[in-house]
Design a protein around this ligand. Structure first.
Ligand code: GDP
Length: 231
């Protein structure tokens, strides 16, 4: 996989003032609002703005991560409402009336209690979306580092590999980093860097607020490749 992102800005020390790029990126993410929901790709509107898809197994911390990045307590929990848990939920970003990107929240997979037929159907919906969604610009895979990549995560990586090789951006977020010791976190990070095949990897904690600015800046850059970040 050949992603060659711009050099990541140095992480900020706790208590230090936020970098202008981080303020810009977080302000942008905060504009997120519900756009639409659909049971599969063919019911989604065709869009011409960059789309960033969030994927991951159930309980990986995806909803918490989206809510934290957008600084909206309930946003991604819209995706957990009855009838929407198996849907693709889209959130628009950018000032009202000027949507410049979209976040796609894909259903969590691997939940043991789901009937096998539903699991298979869902894998097909997800693969179809990831392989053919035209405006898809980046994939964010949420992974709980205490469990590592699951079999379904590996399947997903295989499905998206050709698109990543063609330039689709890819980020693995290691969630709940507050549950790891410093050395466990360093180890999880280096293992995932090997597995992510050239994609980006970041540690993230909603409770300790680790990695939020860094991830926000990365997503902003990916959605605005032609704009210079705030100086
Ligand atoms: P989802 O199923 O992937 O959307 O996962 P959720 O966002 O619902 O999170 C699953 C569980 O992990 C919940 O109990 C969350 O409170 C917990 N969780 C999520 N993020 C963090 C985090 O950064 N730190 C800790 N300690 N727990 C978290």
């Amino acid at each position: 996989m050949t992603n060659s992102p711009k050099a990541a800005p140095a992480p900020r020390h706790a208590g230090a003032p936020a970098q202008p790029q981080a303020v810009q990126a977080l302000g942008w993410l905060h504009t997120a609002r519900f756009l639409t929901t659909a049971p599969e790709l063919r019911f989604l509107p065709a869009l011409d703005v960059p789309e960033i898809a969030f994927v991951g197994r159930s309980n990986a911390g995806k909803s918490t991560c989206i809510n934290t990045l957008t600084q909206q307590k309930q946003l991604a929990f819209a995706s957990k409402k009855p009838g929407r848990t198996q849907h693709i939920n889209l959130f628009a970003l950018g000032k009202q009336g000027a949507t410049d990107a979209v976040l796609a929240d894909l259903p969590g997979y691997g939940y043991a209690a789901v009937p096998k037929q539903d699991k298979i159907r869902w894998q097909q919906v997800m693969a179809n979306y990831l392989v053919t969604r035209e405006n898809l610009k980046a994939i964010v895979l949420l992974c709980d580092p205490r469990h590592g990549l699951t079999e379904l995560d590996e399947v997903l990586l295989e499905v998206v590999r050709p698109r990543v090789e063609e330039g689709l951006k890819f980020l693995v977020i290691l969630t709940k980093a507050d549950k790891l010791t410093r050395s466990e976190a360093a180890k999880a990070l280096s293992i995932m860097k090997l597995q992510a095949g050239g994609g980006e990897v970041r540690l993230f904690s909603a409770t300790k607020r680790t990695g939020i600015e860094d991830v926000a800046m990365l997503l902003w850059q990916w959605a605005h490749p032609d704009l210079e970040p705030a100086a």
